[in-house]
Design a protein around this ligand. Structure first.
Ligand code: HEM
Length: 517
């Protein structure tokens, strides 16, 4: 029999091995010791497990780690090579997802992100992928620029509450694309609805890692039991998921009755569905599928973009020399008599490196969204059974000292050739996932982030907040690792770069808000 995993055994080190560790040692399986009853369930930390996995990878000198509890097993891929070898090169065998029992309890409609491998999944991917392909996202650049301009104006006008402008911007882009709906203003109900659902997912823990996912039968236990906190959590947030799935969809149906615009996802798919029904043809993508798919776009697209914009602001604040260098690039390419457009983006290579370095410093999903194996596999002598959950440890890959010098330093120049003062390090890979399940919105997100960043660089100066003595007050930001890895909203100092920049911004915002997109 092929061993499950192979690397130097950690089990000779201590006497306190549980049964799992002992059995594993006999079988030649190498993994951190587990416990008799719970396997690795209580050994893996509930928060920031990616750091512990990275540590174990070094300790056991293996870039693939294996874990198990009753009936569930998972591997963690700590290196880019292992992730590419398995999730990309053998992509069809790694395209499944584990069953997300916790999310089922939350009441999701059919949603690409959580769908298991199979015909339903393939149908959703086939329908959702084309509108977000590189060749088609150009149709959204006016919308993205409009929202970037409104965002920067919002930051300046209400700088104490700048995270509100971030949320508004990221919701507005995907709400329009998914449903054709507009965010009416900073108090729009759509922002609150999107925020609730982002909270529901963001604090649910790493996908597939809760007690409900690992011991599915626990979903039938009474929710009041002290150990069933996750079940109570799922039920508490159920209404947020139902609301975000139903409300914008219903609003979109009402809107398209009088003003059909096929550029928007629900308009297009519902029109196809209705026309087919009129001809007596049944479509395979029914209304429930359209509803779930549109909600996927809104949920998967808004919070991720917002969280990345928060990071951009953080790193610009912490690294004034990077900010000035990027501003100088924007000034050189765009000049100071107008504001950037999406056509300028290809001419802003340093700005793009700032974004890449942001991806690397803090990948939002440090353990990705887990894949699962469709069939048994063997990798470098290790046996990986069918149904194994697979976590790419993107954080470990992006903080590997063998690849990135001083990995905790924000240094966009690291990617430049040595002749240009850089270190010729590779651009980070994995922030948007891998293989067949790679994020469908990655090109759209990148455009949104780049135009937001370029517009920020052109119009605002970001600095540490000032204390009562007028001096900069530096601080360590707080992080949340409950589900995604995000920075907690923090105070910052935002000023318009110049009177002229402010004026340009006001004129442009006035013009774009008059135009209907
Ligand atoms: C900075 C922004 C974003 C980040 C960091 C991000 C990250 C990710 C990651 C890590 C995955 C899992 C990939 C895998 O399983 O290997 C994913 C999947 C997905 N993303 Fe994104 N995403 C972003 C923006 C968006 C946007 C704007 C959309 C909407 C169009 C979107 C839609 C999706 C969907 C539908 C999936 C599920 C794909 C599948 O399971 O087949 N994402 N994303």
């Amino acid at each position: 029999m092929v061993p499950l995993l192979s690397s130097p055994s950690p089990f000779g080190e201590g006497a306190a091995l549980g049964l799992i560790g002992a059995v594993a040692a006999v079988a030649g399986v190498l993994l951190p010791p587990g416990e008799l009853l719970f396997g690795h369930y209580r050994v893996v930390p509930a928060e920031a497990a990616f750091k512990k996995y990275a540590e174990w990878g070094k300790q056991y000198k293996s870039d693939v780690l294996y874990f198990q509890t009753f009936g569930s097993r998972w591997i963690v891929l700590n290196s880019l090579k292992a992730a590419i070898d398995l999730l990309e090169k053998r992509g069809s065998n790694y395209a499944d997802r584990p069953r997300f029992v916790m999310f089922e309890e939350m009441g999701w409609a059919p949603t690409l992100t959580w769908l298991r491998w199979g015909s339903k999944y393939q149908l959703h991917r086939r329908v959702l992928q084309p509108p977000f392909s590189k060749s088609r996202i150009g149709q959204y650049t006016d919308l993205q620029r409009r929202e970037a301009l409104i965002f920067c104006q919002g930051m300046i006008n209400d700088s104490d509450n700048w995270p509100n402008a971030v949320r508004r911007c990221s919701v507005a882009i995907v709400l329009k694309i998914a449903y054709g709906l507009d965010v009416e203003g900073p108090e729009s109900k759509w922002i609150g609805i999107a925020e609730d659902s982002a909270d529901a997912i963001g604090k649910a823990g790493a996908p597939g890692s809760s007690i409900l996912d690992l011991f599915p039968l626990t979903r039938y236990l009474p929710a009041w039991l002290p150990c069933m906190e996750r079940l109570r959590y799922a039920h508490t947030w159920r209404s947020a998921i139902e609301t975000i799935t139903n409300l914008p969809f219903e609003a979109s149906l009402n809107q398209m009755a009088s003003n059909l615009d096929r550029r928007f996802f629900t308009h297009n798919r519902v029109a196809i569905h209705t026309e087919a029904a009129q001809q007596g043809v049944e479509t395979e993508f029914d209304l429930e599928d359209i509803k779930g798919a549109a909600a996927t776009v809104l949920i998967a697209g808004n919070d991720t973009t917002a969280a990345t914009v928060m990071l951009l602001v953080l790193y610009l604040m912490q690294n004034p020399e990077v900010q000035q260098k990027a501003q100088a690039e924007v000034d050189r390419v765009v000049g100071r008599d107008r504001l950037p457009t999406c056509d300028d983006l290809p001419s802003l290579p340093y700005t793009r490196l700032v974004l890449n370095e942001t991806y690397r410093m803090n990948p939002l999903s440090p353990l990705g969204i887990p894949h699962a194996t469709v069939a048994d596999d063997v990798y470098e002598g290790m046996f990986i059974p069918k149904g194994t959950t697979v976590y790419p440890n993107v954080w470990a890959m992006m903080h590997d000292e063998n690849v990135y010098a001083e990995p905790h330093r924000f240094w966009p120049e690291r990617y430049l050739p040595r002749g240009e003062g850089g270190n010729e390090e590779p651009l980070p890979v994995g922030n948007f996932g891998f293989g067949r399940r790679i994020c469908i919105g990655r090109n759209l997100a990148e455009n949104s982030l780049l135009i937001v960043l370029a517009t920020m660089l052109a119009t605002v100066d970001i600095g540490w907040p000032l204390g009562p003595d007028g001096k900069e007050q530096k601080f360590e930001p707080q992080w949340s690792f409950k589900g995604q890895a995000t920075v907690v909203p923090f105070p910052t100092r935002i000023n318009s770069r110049s009177e002229k920049a402010k004026k340009l911004l006001d004129v442009e915002v006035d013009a774009v808000t008059r135009k209907t997109f």
